[in-house]
Each structure stands twice: as C-alpha cells, then as structure tokens.
Ligand binder design. Structure first.
Ligand SMILES: Cc1cc2nc3c(=O)[nH]c(=O)nc-3n(C[C@H](O)[C@H](O)[C@H](O)COP(=O)(O)O)c2cc1C
Length: 322
C-alpha cells in the first residue's frame, strides 16, 4: 500500500509521519534516522546553538541521509534566529518549520527564497493567519500534546476535525499521536499526516538516557503529575500576570515566563540534565503519547510498526470489503 497524501507529496517522504522538533534533543543524527525510516526528520536549529554549528549539522545530516529533512526554527527560543535562517537558505534546506510565535517575517523570507514553509500552532486562529501569510502546510497541536502550550488549546480530536474544515493547505495532526490507531484516527479526522514528538523520544536513536525512556514506558496518562501538566489550564492569576508583562521584557524572556505558567512546573528547565542517567522522575516533557509506549524500538521499527499496524487495522475492517 502506498501512503500518498498531500504531506508525503509536499515533504517528499514515504509515509505521512513527521518528527516533532525537540529542544536539546533534535540533532542531525536523530533527524537522519527518521528520514531514513521513510518518515520526515526534523533537525531543531536551537540544538546546534550557533549558525556555524548549524551549517555543519545540516551537512552531516545530508551525508547521513539522501532523503529530505526539515529544520525547525522556534521563534523566540532559537538563538541568532536571522543567521540561523540564512544558513538554512544558503544550505538549500527545502523545508523550514517555524513554531511557537508569529513567524510571518521568517515565512516570507522562506517563501521568497522558493522554499517550503511549514508552521506549527496550537490554535486554528493562528493557523488560519499563517495560511493567509503563505504557509505551505500547518501543524496543529492539540491539548494532549506537549511542548509549547496555549491557553486556548482544544483536544486533538476537536482541533483537527475543526481545522480540516477550514484550512485549505495540508494539515498535520499532533498531540498525543503515537501508534497505528492514533495515526489512522488523525487521518480519519481529515489530517494529511501526523507529527510525533514524545513517541519518537522513546526510540533507541533518541539521544536521552535509557532511564528517561524507561520512565516513558512506565508512565500512564492518568499519572496525576502528567495529567496536571498536559491537561490542566494555567492558574488564572499567574496567566493574567504573565500576559500583562508581554511588552515589558524581550520576547525570549517572556516566552520562558509564559511556558512556566503553562506547564505549571519548572522541571523542563532542567533539560539537558534531565536526559542524564541519574534523573529518575516523571517529567513534564512527555505527552499523553506515553499511553502507547511499551517498548523502546529503533526508529525504523517504530515507523514500520505504525505503518504495518495501520495496514492490518484497515485489512481487518470487514465492513470496508462489503
Ligand atoms: C522534549 C520536547 C521538546 C520539544 N521542543 C520543541 C521545540 O524546541 N520547538 C518546537 O517547535 N516544538 C517542540 N516540542 C513539541 C514537538 O515538536 C511536538 O509539537 C509535540 O511533541 C507534539 O506532541 P506529542 O509529544 O504528543 O507528540 C517539544 C516536545 C518535547 C516532548
């Protein structure tokens, strides 16, 4: 079966599966492993720290895979953002992914350079805005996901079903996706592909500790700590206070303050120490995708498992054959 969708066409990959950007984790080796497995790998620019290192990392990624990959530029969090973008364009990176904040200026530069611009948002309002600005595809992250949260975020099912009724460009569903059933479910809701962050972290190639991965295997979505981080709305007073400070500090500092309020814990600030073997707690850097994590496969085994699993499910639906 060929999994040809608007996303595989746009990103030139075999399966409509995209790796989420992962701060302090998403390096070139990991991105290359994902692209080599037939999905679409993503190198997180902030992981490279400097534009020179990003140039080296893009070249290393190219040497490690002949498949396309994207570079994620997280607005307000990626250092030297203009220079990082320049490097991506000079190195002929085909797809630039932006996220977290308004990316109109970056998007325009990407489009003017003839490249593909994919933007990630947590709300349909922001997705529609990016579509108007010329984004080639939109990633919508629902409430079950992790990463940068938004106070107006809705559950993944509602977000995707609502988004695909309004957005014309390809939609990539994220937030709690992590197995064959959630993959098929997202496509059933009208998405053209899925993005996974948490689930890709539980693979052998992910550069975090085995202990952290084991914690992901053990974690259930009803774990009170996880439930509170992923699902609970921010404390209204803290939220109001941080929103009032929007123009009182540089964007980068404000986004960090906002993330603190949204995630309700500070433990995510412990990364990269959190990826060391001696860190042994459930962390706020995992989503409801832990529901499906019960082993630590290679990236290829993980991607193949989703695709074969989805094919088996479709083949087993007798009502489709009548
Ligand atoms: C540890 C971790 C770090 C992340 N860092 C970033 C980041 O730097 N930039 C970004 O755009 N998204 C980031 N994300 C969000 C993911 O790219 C993706 O949108 C999210 O993981 C999707 O939800 P899921 O975890 O349920 O799959 C991060 C997610 C995790 C789990």
């Amino acid at each position: 079966m060929r999994w040809k969708t608007k996303v595989t066409e746009l990103l030139d990959c075999e399966y409509p599966i995209v790796q989420g950007a992962l701060s302090r984790i998403g390096n070139w080796k990991f991105a290359a492993a994902v692209s080599n497995a037939g999905a679409h790998g993503c190198l997180t620019a902030a992981v490279s720290l400097t534009p020179d290192k990003l140039r080296d990392d893009i070249r290393r990624c190219r040497d490690a895979t002949d498949k396309p990959f994207s570079v994620n530029i997280t607005v307000g969090m990626c250092p030297d953002i203009d220079e990082m973008l320049e490097v991506c364009l000079a190195e002929d990176v085909e797809v630039i992914e932006t996220a977290v904040f308004n990316a109109d200026v970056i998007g325009k530069r990407v489009k003017d350079a003839g490249r593909k611009w994919v933007h990630k948002t947590a709300t349909i309002k922001h997705a529609l805005h990016a579509e108007q600005q010329g984004a080639d595809a939109l990633i919508l992250v629902g409430l079950e996901g992790i990463g940068f949260k938004n106070a107006a975020q809705l559950p993944t099912m509602t977000t995707i079903a609502w988004a695909t009724r309004q957005i014309k460009v390809p939609v990539i569903a994220a937030g709690g996706v992590g197995d064959a059933r959630t993959f098929l479910g997202a496509l059933g809701l009208g998405a053209d592909g899925v993005m996974m962050g948490t689930a890709f972290m539980a693979t052998q190639e992910c550069p975090i500790s085995e202990r952290f991965k084991q914690r992901m295997v053990e974690a259930d979505p009803d774990n009170p700590y996880l439930r509170n981080t992923v699902l609970a709305p921010p404390n209204p007073k803290d939220f109001e206070a941080v929103m009032q400070k929007r123009n009182e500090m540089p964007l980068e500092r404000w986004l960090t303050a906002l993330e603190r309020v949204m995630l309700k814990h500070d433990d995510w600030m412990l990364a990269p120490e959190m990826w060391n073997e001696d860190y042994d707690r459930i962390s706020s850097l995992m989503s409801f995708a832990v529901t499906y994590i019960d082993q630590i496969p290679t990236v290829k085994e993980f991607v193949d498992g989703i695709i074969c699993g989805a094919q088996d499910i479709l083949a087993g639906w007798e009502f489709l054959k009548k």
